[in-house]
Design a binder for this molecule. Structure first.
Ligand code: GDP
Ligand code: MG
Length: 186
């Protein structure tokens, strides 16, 4: 039985719904442990997720930056050594989708050895009539970047669990691959 810990950064433009998603994650988790403010403007949520077909679990430490941060004003320490990325855009806002490449690049640059488990989340599916970004387009870009793609509505609490479950599994897979690699060279 292994309990892994992953630092997971919530990234994306302002107002796409990162904080709303973080609060749904928090309230949906029966195993919620703690929630505290680490540094001004950054909230951390701990969310232990069991990995199916194993006795292992992954604790995702979710870092949500509050406030209206501008891209280049992000606190560097928040990005340091992130092992997982939840990249969020708003399906009614094309600019927020176009920003995703920048957010991804930035997080990758800070990740240890470039290893990063990641998901792309299209939020606000309840505003379907105002959709600007087609699912297929987002899906295609996500796949090209090695990210799983999910759509959610934080407002209606729809599908909000799925991205985190996926991240936990991806992080666990990364860990197992690392173990196998080590076994193969010793
Ligand atoms: P952040 O800046 O990325 O953290 O975004 P917030 O979580 O603060 O949300 C910005 C605004 O979008 C708020 O008014 C939220 O109520 C709203 N919002 C967040 N998620 C959803 C959603 O799924 N659907 C709708 N309709 N509004 C949402
Ligand atoms: Mg926020």
């Amino acid at each position: 039985m292994v309990r892994l810990r992953a630092k997971c950064v919530l990234a994306g433009d302002s107002t796409v719904g990162k904080s709303a998603l973080a609060h749904v994650f928090r309230s949906e988790s029966a195993h919620f442990l703690k929630n505290y403010t680490l540094t001004t403007g950054v909230e951390v949520f701990v969310n232990p997720i069991p990995i199916p077909d194993t006795s292992d679990s992954v604790e995702l430490f979710l870092f949500d930056s509050s406030g209206k941060e501008i891209f280049y004003d992000m606190v560097e320490s928040q990005w340091d050594l992130a092992g997982a990325l939840c990249l969020v855009y708003d399906i009614t806002n094309m600019d927020s989708f176009n920003s995703c490449a920048k957010w991804l690049e930035r997080t990758r640059a800070q990740a240890p050895s470039g290893q990063l488990a990641g998901v792309l989340v299209g939020n606000k599916t309840d505003l379907a009539s105002r959709r600007c970004v087609e699912s297929a387009q987002a899906q295609e870009w996500a796949a090209s970047q090695g990210l799983e793609y999910y759509e959610t509505s934080a407002k209606e609490m729809d599908n909000c669990d799925a991205p985190l479950q996926s991240l936990a599994r991806a992080f666990h897979r990364m860990y197992e691959e690392k173990l196998e690699h080590i076994r193969s060279i010793v």
